[in-house]
Ligand binder design. Sequence first.
Ligand code: SF4
Length: 93
Amino acid sequence: MNVEQKLSKNKFSVDEGNPHISVDSSRLDADTIHALTVVCPAGLYSLGERGELHFDAAGCLECGTCRIVCAGHPGAMSWTHPRPSFGVTYRFG
Ligand code: SF4
């Protein structure tokens, strides 16, 4: 079983219109933006055709890695856990 197959076992309850993570890429440098695109284990950060950062909190594993990557850029990221009953439910196996 590969990583994608394992991740697909998880269940996600998406809090539509109330994402638990928001990113202001104008406060990030190019190295940090690149880091976001490679460190997220769910692959939720990507670059558009013009190099703009795209992010969708749906599918977040709540690992906190992106929060640490952005820690040196005050105001660039708002990160909280999802509200109760929302977010990832891990299903192993
Ligand atoms: S908390 Fe983890 S899984 Fe969620 S967006 Fe950040 S790096 Fe990706």
